[in-house]
Design a protein around this ligand. Structure first.
Ligand SMILES: NC(=O)C1=CN([C@@H]2O[C@H](COP(=O)(O)OP(=O)(O)OC[C@H]3O[C@@H](n4cnc5c(N)ncnc54)[C@H](O)[C@@H]3O)[C@@H](O)[C@H]2O)C=CC1
Ligand SMILES: O=C(CO)COP(=O)(O)O
Length: 347
């Protein structure tokens, strides 16, 4: 069902999602605040700042005009960093149709309010039916998606039809899209895995090997499930693409920004320098602060996230953090096993 769709903004992930939509014959309008980037995409079919090595489909047109991007679009994909979500949503409000399918693919919380991204969108877009917002997540590095490497993702919405419409727009033979009714679980899983990826980068940077990484992934998933369930997510979601799936890819991939940031920090580079050097958003840093606060708000134990917080913000060395994690009191592996929650989809 080709037609007009829009993607806001033209970072790595926005550009890759625009490419998937164009492969499926949609006419894609890619919005960016950067005039030079827009001119380059339109004239050369390249996004020189991100994913420069791939030629973009001529079906992708770029614009700095929010009105031009959104007018008549049957699908809108918001792919801003979490820090920019509210600002971008405010700009969308005058032009967003109530009929549009609204999807976001951002992995993080709002730093001040600790809100999930769908809640930030709902705040700023009061005319839009918030139950129709769709969240896209899962193991999907832009660098591979744009080259059509086989990828699986999940789209979640309270509204089954909204998730299915997003699935229709995105699915193709190299991009397989599953649906899920669990918006909270999919958002929380996607956000929190970035903390564990930073931790995996730290242990790899220390040369601690595969056992340490497997431990981080497994016990990291226990923390993600614990907080995610306390916030209202379905525990089964964390065994899926937005949970273990995304954890595996971010903790093991050379493309992961969060893993790379952790690796550089373990080698003694100061956090500010690392973030400047990356030149791309590293969501896990702000998410570590958010998880530190959320775990206290929901009274959930998150030892790995707490240790990472100490390393990032209180000058603790990565080696001391690992030592303290290994030296914790004895505990049971299956503490706090949660019951699956009922959803509107399945009654
Ligand atoms: N890169 C990837 O492979 C994936 C990224 N994500 C998520 O997608 C989100 C975006 O990440 P990336 O595209 O990787 O980031 P990026 O660093 O590649 O691009 C971010 C873009 O946002 C723009 N931007 C920043 N503040 C803005 C504002 N206030 N108004 C308008 N534009 C603004 C920047 O100019 C830049 O073009 C993050 O939440 C990330 O976790 C999710 C899955 C895969
Ligand atoms: O979410 C991602 C892949 O699914 C991207 O992770 P990084 O931000 O660590 O690169």
């Amino acid at each position: 069902m080709p037609g007009k769709v829009s993607v806001l903004v033209a970072g790595s992930w926005g550009t890759a999602i625009a490419s998937v939509l164009a492969e499926n014959d949609s006419d894609v309008w890619l919005w960016s605040r950067n005039e030079r980037q827009v001119a380059e995409i339109n004239a050369e079919h390249r996004n020189h700042r991100f994913l420069d090595d791939v030629e973009l489909s001529p079906r992708i047109r770029a614009t700095t005009s929010m009105e031009e991007a959104l007018r008549g679009a049957k699908g809108v994909f918001v792919v801003a960093p979490s820090s920019a979500m509210r600002e971008v949503a405010k700009q969308m409000r005058p032009y967003l149709s109530k009929e549009t399918i609204l999807v976001h693919a951002t992995k993080g919380f709002e730093a001040d309010t600790l809100k999930r991204m769908s809640t930030v969108l709902a705040d700023e877009l009061p005319e839009y039916d918030a139950s129709r917002i769709v969240v896209l997540s899962g193991p999907s590095h832009a660098e591979e998606v744009i080259k059509q490497c086989p990828t699986t993702v999940v789209v979640a919405s309270e509204h089954a039809e909204a998730a299915e419409e997003a699935q229709d727009l995105l699915i193709n033979s190299s991009f397989r899209v599953y649906t899920n009714p669990d918006v909270v679980g999919v958002e929380v899983g996607g956000a929190l895995k970035n903390i564990i990826a930073l931790g995996a980068g730290l242990t790899d940077g220390l040369g601690y090997g595969d056992n340490a990484k497997a431990a981080l992934l497994t016990r990291g998933l226990a923390e993600i499930s614990r907080l995610g369930t306390a916030m209202g997510g379905n525990p089964l979601t964390f065994a899926g693409l937005a949970g273990i799936g995304d954890l595996v890819v971010t903790c093991t991939s050379k493309h992961s920004r969060n893993w790379r940031a952790g690796y550089l920090i373990a080698q003694g580079h100061p956090l500010d320098d690392v973030l400047k050097q990356m030149g791309m958003v590293v969501e896990g840093v702000k998410t570590t602060q958010a998880a530190y606060k959320l775990s206290r708000q929901y009274d959930v134990t998150m030892p790995i996230a707490d240790e990472l917080y100490e390393v990032l913000f209180n000058g603790k060395t990565a080696a001391a953090a690992v030592e303290d994690l290994m030296g914790r009191g004895r505990t049971h592996e299956l503490e706090e096993v949660a019951k699956p929650v009922q959803t509107k989809w399945f009654g």
